[in-house]
Design a protein around this ligand. Sequence first.
Ligand code: MN
Ligand code: MN
Length: 421
Amino acid sequence: MNANEYDVILERLSRRNFLRTGSAALAATALAATTTLRGQERANTQAAEHDRSASDPGPEDSALLNENPNSNTPPPTDHGDMVPLWYSFDLVKKRIEEGGWTHEVTQRELPSSKDISGVNMRLTAGSYRELHWHTADEWAYVLYGKARVTVMAPDGLMFIGDVSEGDLWLFPAGYPHSIQGLDPDGTEFLLVFNQGNFSEDGTMLLSEWMAHTPAEVLMKNFGLGRAALATLPTAPLYIFPGAVPANTVAQDQDEIGGAKVISPNPHTFKMRSMAPTKSTDGGEVRIVDSSNFPLSTHVAAGLVTLKPGAMRELHWHPHSSEWQYWISGQGRMTVFFPVDNARTVDFKANDVGYVPSNAGHYIENTGETDAVFLEMLASDNFEDVSLNQWLRRLPAQMVQAHLGFDKTSLAKIPDEKRGIV
Ligand code: MN
Ligand code: MN
């Protein structure tokens, strides 16, 4: 534990003092907070001396406790019972193939997330994710390196494009596609599907279809003789090594027939390098949905950067649950949901978060570096309601009747949806 983390805990203890001065709960919750401290730090924490109720003398996994201070010892404002809000890609098994690996966080791992699931995949340079299609839309964000993607629409128009870190792609359900790692070191990316129970293992693979179709039918369909079928794969390819393409994208496009077969609709989008949708002293939000990327009719995304100490303001999403992927930094989130339920969880890179539709929440950067995460909605447009904006659009008398804020206090609340405070 470094000095800053220690200060943060002391600050939380003093905040508890403010909220619950004199209450028995204070000593208990303060003591529980300090059970994550060790050695001299534990001895130095005065609150630990007063009440044995929250003591935890048995075994503990101090690494997990130190990574999840709010999850383990919730703020006193937490209450009740909440659906699961957290999982991590670092807890799910990797399926490792020659050429890369894949693993996924779906409804099996995060049962509350019925609208969205995610896959994290790595392809080394030249390696392919086999030609395939599936029943969900595929939205992807490149976390590392470079890749070439291809996708064909039902009308036969083909898209071929290269993506690099910070870019996204969108393949509508049923559109056949491929992904290939490029030089110098392939790629790693996040896939987001608009189905909670989607599995990356349940895709239509070209190799499997061939293996399950009678040879005579394949010969008739392709107009080929039996000898030509001898090279067909006998087992699923899924992820497999290949050569980095010799062609540029333009050469590939020429080779397949040029402008008359090339899709006019871009399936890729430069998300991280776009101008911020919202920018404040506390950070930036970039939003990509069907308003600026017309193909994205089932997935809306916000790429959020929070500077240290900054916070995604109190808000909710009126018509979609939220699925988060944490790219870097750390933070905490509290989700409020009736009746009388609130739960706080901590996040680090490679973690997944979930917020039920309409549930009020904030996300606070609790670290010393930028917190960067994706806020994903299974929707055609990214909509949120800002508590600050709502309060400022109400008559002052009404706000005072509910919260007791006088006009001077009310005037200090941001009067617009800032996104980040
Ligand atoms: Mn796919
Ligand atoms: Mn949100």
